[in-house]
Every structure is written in C-alpha cells, then in structure tokens.
Design a binder for this molecule. Structure first.
Ligand SMILES: [Zn+2]
Length: 238
C-alpha cells in the first residue's frame, strides 16, 4: 500500500475532524443561550422605551399645566394688587375685581387638581421604570455571563481547529497535487468524504459492497495506482 494513500486517509481524518469542529462552532449551545439573554435585554429595553415615552407625554402635559397655573397666579396677584392698592374706589369696579380674583382662584384650583391627577398617573410609571431598571441590570448580568461562556467555548474550538488545520497542512506535501485536488473536489461533492478505505468488500465511503470481480481487481492494483469506488466514485484505498 502506498504511503501517499495513507497520508491522504490521514488528511481525510483531519478534514472530517475540522468539519465536526466547524459544525460544533456553528451550533454552540452557548451561542443560543447568549442570543436568548440578548433578546431578554432587548425586550426590557423595548418596555423601558414605551414607559419612558408615556411618562414623557404626561410630564409635558404637567409642564403646560404648571405654566398655565403660573400665568394665572401672576394675573391674580396683579388683580389683588389693584384691589388693595387703593387706586380703584368705585364699588362696582371693586366687586368686579373680587369676582375676577375668585374666578382666577377657581381656575387655579381646577388646574391644580388636573396636575395632581397627572402626578398620580406618573407615580406608577416611575415605579415600573425602577422595576425595569432592576430587571435590566439582572438581564445584563446574565448576558455578560453568557458572553463569557460563549467566548470561552469559541476559543476552545478555535484552538482545536487551528491544531487540526496545522496537522493537516503538515501532511499535504506528502501527496501529489493532482491527487490532492481530485480528493478535494470529491470531498466537496460527496458530503465531506473524498477518499475511503476498502474494508472487506465494502467501500468505507458509501458502505456499499463491491462486486467480487471489482474487489479482486482493486486488490491486484500496483502501489500508488489510483482507483475509485464503482458505486460512489470516491477514491478507494485497498
Ligand atoms: Zn463507495
């Protein structure tokens, strides 16, 4: 048996292992856990944004009310100044002023009630925001843990990948480049396996039994002579 074919089988073993590691890397449970943790943070952020926006609307309404109260209070102060200032002496005018001041007081009181209602609506939103901030801290903590676990798992597989790749690369000079490229194209076309050993009458690639005539022909091949499985077309090593 030719050592070039042994080397090719060894390259195949490394390639199979490389495929397994890449598959593991793509399907890491740590990545799924990280994605779930990341979604949890995003979901909390979404709720925080919604509550913050509702709170903002209320705060703007409150600001408008406060401004209006301030304007009316200033007007009331001005009217009271006029009332008690002594410049108005006409009884009818004084009564009008008093009525106007009373009306402004009622308006302020009404606006203050509205203000209070808004404050009552803001309170539970602030409580919810505090809860959400706490949940977010927890979720971020979980996410950070997941990121660390994922990075560690990826690093471990990256080391294995690098080692397999280096071992494979060391072997390629021992194989004729035409044979190697045939192996590579067969491997690409046939699910990652380009070369297999003939064990008994069975092809190690497709696991089908070859005819007795074919097996006997292969057994008689000279060292280094290339042959293929008649069933799957893979390189076959006797
Ligand atoms: Zn086969």
């Amino acid at each position: 048996m030719s050592s070039a074919f042994d080397t090719l089988l060894a390259i195949q073993a490394h390639d199979t292992r490389l495929d397994q590691i890449r598959h593991q890397l793509a399907g890491l449970a740590e990545r799924a856990a990280r994605d779930t943790a990341s979604d949890a943070v995003a979901s909390i952020d979404g709720e925080i944004a919604g509550v913050t926006s509702a709170r903002g609307d209320l705060a703007r309404r409150q600001k408008r009310l406060d401004d209006e109260i301030e304007t009316i209070a200033a007007k009331r102060a001005h009217e009271e100044e006029t009332l008690y200032g002594g410049s108005v002496t006409n009884a009818r005018a004084l009564q009008d002023l008093q009525e106007e001041i009373e009306s402004l007081k009622r308006r302020i009181s009404d606006l203050e009630d509205q203000d209070l209602e808004i404050m009552e609506q803001i309170e539970p939103l602030d409580a919810r925001l505090a809860e959400l901030a706490e949940s977010r801290d927890e979720a971020v903590g979980v996410l950070e843990g997941c990121e660390v676990a994922l990075t560690a798992a990826e690093a471990e597989l990256a080391v294995a990948l690098e080692s397999e790749q280096a071992q494979r690369d060391d072997l390629t000079p021992g194989v004729d480049s035409t044979l190697l490229s045939e192996y590579e194209s067969l491997r690409a076309a046939r699910g990652g396996v380009g070369v297999a050993r003939l064990s008994g009458t069975q092809c190690g690639g497709c696991h089908l039994a070859l005819s007795a005539v074919e097996v006997s022909r292969i057994r008689k091949l000279a060292d280094g002579e290339v042959t293929h499985c008649e069933e799957c077309g893979r390189l076959l090593v006797p």
